[in-house]
Design a protein around this ligand. Structure first.
Ligand code: AMP
Length: 196
C-alpha cells in the first residue's frame, strides 16, 4: 500500500510518517532525509543539491525521480511505502503512478494532507531551531529560508491537494493538537483505507 504525506514545512509530516510507517510495517521514504544524507556523505548527488536545499528551493524533478525510483525498487518496498516529502510538484505526482505501476506497487491509495495554519508552522519551526542549537541545526530552518520554503510549498506543492482530490485519494487531516491526537486522526484514515 502506498501512502503519501502532504503538508507545509513544520506540519509534523516527518514525525507522523515515521509513526504510521512503524505501525503498519511499511518503510518510510523521506526524500528530505535521503538528500540530507547525500549532502553529508559528499556524494555527487549531495554536491548537486546542497545549495538548492540551503536556499529552500526544490531539487529538479528528474533528479528526484531517479532517487525515488531507485529507493522504491528496493525489496523492502515490495509491500508499499509511506512517502514523506514526495511528490512535491505536479510533475512528480504525474510520474509517480506510472513508476509505481511499473514496479508492481499499484497506485497511491491514500494521501494524508496535514492541515496546519501558517502562524503555527512558523512557531513550530522556531521551536525546532531552538532545540537544535549546537546539535545539527538544519541549514534550511533559518527565517529567510523558511519563508522561501513556505512560498515554494504554496506555489508548487499545495496544488497537489486538488490533484489528489480529483483522484479520490485525498484525506485532509487537522494537524493541530498533540502528536498523539494528530496520529489518531491519521491512523483512523489509514484504517478506513486498509479496510476498504
Ligand atoms: P524536507 O525535509 O522534506 O523538508 O526537505 C528538505 C529539502 O529537500 C527541501 O526544501 C528541498 O530542497 C529538498 N526536497 C525534499 N524532497 C523534495 C522533493 N520531493 N522535490 C524537490 N526537492 C525536495
Amino acid at each position: 500500500m502506498l501512502v503519501v504525506f502532504l503538508g507545509p514545512p513544520g506540519s509534523g509530516k516527518g514525525t507522523q510518517a515515521a509513526r504510521l510507517a512503524t505501525k503498519y510495517g511499511l518503510p518510510q521514504i523521506s526524500t528530505g532525509d535521503m538528500l540530507r544524507e547525500a549532502v553529508s556523505a559528499g556524494s555527487e548527488l549531495g554536491d548537486r543539491v546542497k545549495a538548492i536545499m540551503a536556499a529552500g528551493d526544490l531539487v529538479p524533478d528528474e533528479v528526484m525521480l531517479e532517487s525515488v525510483e531507485e529507493r522504491l525498487g528496493k525489496p523492502d518496498c515490495a509491500g508499499g511505502a509511506v512517502l514523506d516529502g514526495y511528490p512535491r510538484t505536479r510533475g512528480q505526482a504525474e510520474t509517480l503512478d506510472p513508476l509505481t505501476r511499473r514496479l508492481g506497487l499499484g497506485e497511491v491509495s491514500l494521501v494524508l494532507m496535514l492541515d496546519v495554519p501558517e502562524d503555527e508552522v512558523f512557531r513550530r519551526i522556531s521551536g525546532r531551531r531552538q532545540e537544535a542549537v549546537g546539535e545539527g541545526e538544519r541549514a534550511d530552518d533559518k527565517d529567510d529560508v523558511v519563508i522561501e520554503r513556505m512560498r515554494v510549498y504554496r506555489e508548487l506543492t499545495e496544488p497537489l491537494v486538488e490533484y489528489y482530490r480529483s483522484t479520490g485519494a485525498l484525506e485532509e487531516i487537522d494537524g493541530v493538537g498533540t502528536v498523539d491526537e494528530v496520529f489518531d486522526r491519521l491512523d483512523g484514515a489509514m484504517r478506513e483505507t486498509v479496510q476498504g
